[in-house]
Design a protein around this ligand. Structure first.
Ligand SMILES: *[C@@H]1O[C@H](CO)[C@@H](O)[C@H](O)[C@H]1NC(C)=O
Ligand SMILES: *[C@@H]1O[C@H](CO)[C@@H](O)[C@H](O)[C@H]1NC(C)=O
Ligand SMILES: *[C@@H]1O[C@H](CO)[C@@H](O)[C@H](O)[C@H]1NC(C)=O
Length: 431
């Protein structure tokens, strides 16, 4: 009897250790999702987002979510980019032949900037990538079309003509400018990155109606252009609250926030430490304020009942967009990814059970919408604005599921998210 109890205890310990050391199961196979994503990625922002997904999946320390993303206050050195999946991929798509932008943006100067961080990581290995990143940053800051916000301020337009502000911009440009700022050790560019988020917020922020009839203020309209009403056939106009663009914005600001929180200008830099610390606390509060308002309304809005996913448009039942609303796995995944990242960055604010539970509900709903061959669907159709019908796969949807996977894995590794494994499911697979 005694021996039996001892064996049982040993088996239980072994099981516990095995569970702790094994790769956590997100409910889907990330390798299949990546393989599918690689096969269908072809446009500028898709290249950049897929690159970021690869970097976060394989080489966290080369992202702003690593434990020491800026060794000695600088961007990390990469000795051999061919050994880094994300950089090997980025090298195959970035243009280094003297163009203003890192790749053809199909009318957007902003989307190619999504490859900018990879170009900077490649730059220490090959200087032509530094030149390319610099041309992209200069173009955005000095030559790109501007959207006049008020008498003193203008925002960088997401597209060339007419001036248009898209929430999507926030994932493509500010994280690149923030990283560029560290690469060239210039605070002014980091300030620009934060200011763009504030200007976009000032223009795009709106109210939604929740199912209980209350209104919630904080989420963003998808696209506002100048003039506000575009002629038919002119790309693009979408004044409603699209989940994916709100997720781009929250996730983009989270990356900027991580950059600011983790960067310490090195002692030999010309940046004044006191000035930096003042900027750091001011911009952290500003970004957190915008992110909080956006997340609060997203959390409060009801999910799509059938799928358990967040809705493609969040305006509410009484709004016209309700006619074309469905559960969207892509936007849901990117929102969840930002939630896990925020929980690790600022655990006292976002590492709370109610918020983590919400992230977990999103993750589980997304996992149920990954097919056996790694296809994430239904997802918003990025080929149409507004996006009225779901499609069965998009490149960004594949990347967003990977961003969610990596953020969830890192949240558990940080001890902020709990390993919620069902012991019996695991043990039963042994026999
Ligand atoms: C640069 O390279 C790209 C891709 O090879 C090509 O499409 C583009 O026309 C080139 N641009 C210039 C200015 O050479
Ligand atoms: C213009 O908008 C920015 C961002 O909201 C704000 O900081 C600035 O004070 C505004 N300027 C004027 C003159 O209203
Ligand atoms: C996915 O959609 C495409 C185009 O709409 C269609 O051709 C294809 O058959 C669909 N695939 C699946 C597995 O539903």
């Amino acid at each position: 009897m005694k021996n039996y109890a001892v064996s049982l205890a040993v088996a239980a310990c072994a099981a516990a250790i095995w569970i702790l050391l094994s790769t956590p199961d997100a409910g889907f196979d990330p390798q299949k999702v990546l393989a599918r994503g690689r096969a269908i990625t072809s446009r500028s922002w898709e290249f950049g987002t897929f690159t970021e997904a690869l970097l976060e999946f394989y080489d966290r320390d080369l992202t702003v979510f690593g434990s020491d993303p800026f060794p000695r206050g600088r961007i990390p050195r990469v000795a051999d980019p061919s050994k880094v999946e994300g950089l090997a991929y980025a090298r195959s798509v970035i243009w280094t032949n003297g163009t203003d932008l890192l790749v053809d943006g199909e009318g957007s100067a902003a989307d190619p900037a999504s490859l900018g961080r990879a170009a900077l990581l490649l730059s220490q290995y090959d200087g032509t990538y530094y030149e390319a990143a610099m041309r992209q940053a200069d173009f955005l800051m000095k030559k790109a079309t501007r959207f006049q916000v008020n008498v003193t301020h203008s925002a960088i337009s997401h597209r060339e003509e007419p001036p248009e502000l898209w929430g999507d911009f926030i994932y493509m440009v500010p994280p690149f400018l923030a990283y560029y700022s560290v690469a060239v050790q210039e605070m002014r560019i980091l300030e620009t990155a934060v200011l763009q988020c504030q200007l976009y917020n000032a223009v795009l922020r709106t109210s939604i109606s929740l199912d209980d009839g209350q209104t919630c203020h904080g989420l963003w309209r998808h696209i506002i252009s100048e003039p506000a009403e575009l002629e038919p056939g002119v790309c693009c106009s979408d004044p409603d609250v699209w989940l994916t663009s709100n997720a781009w914005a929250v996730a983009g600001m989270t990356r900027v926030l991580a950059t600011i929180l983790k960067w310490r200008p090195p002692p030999d830099s010309s940046i004044d430490r006191v000035q930096y610390d003042t900027f750091r606390s001011g911009s952290t509060a500003a970004l957190k304020g915008i992110i909080d308002a956006m997340l609060q309304c997203t959390v409060k809005q009801r999910r799509d009942e059938k799928s358990g996913l967040l809705k493609n448009y969040l305006d509410g039942l009484s709004h016209r967009s309700a006619a074309w609303t469905y559960g969207d796995a892509a936007g849901t995944a990117l929102m969840a990814s930002a939630a896990y990242r925020l929980a690790v960055l600022l655990p006292e604010v976002y590492g709370v059970p109610s918020f983590l539970d919400w992230a977990e509900q999103n993750r589980r709903a997304v996992a149920k919408h990954v097919s056996h061959d790694g296809r994430v669907s239904p997802v918003a159709d990025v080929g149409h604005v507004p996006s009225k019908n779901p499609v069965n796969q998009t490149s960004e949807g594949q990347s967003m599921a990977i961003l969610m996977y990596s953020a969830w894995r890192d949240c558990m590794a940080a001890g902020v998210c709990r390993r919620n494994v069902r012991l019996w499911d695991t043990i039963s697979t042994w026999w």
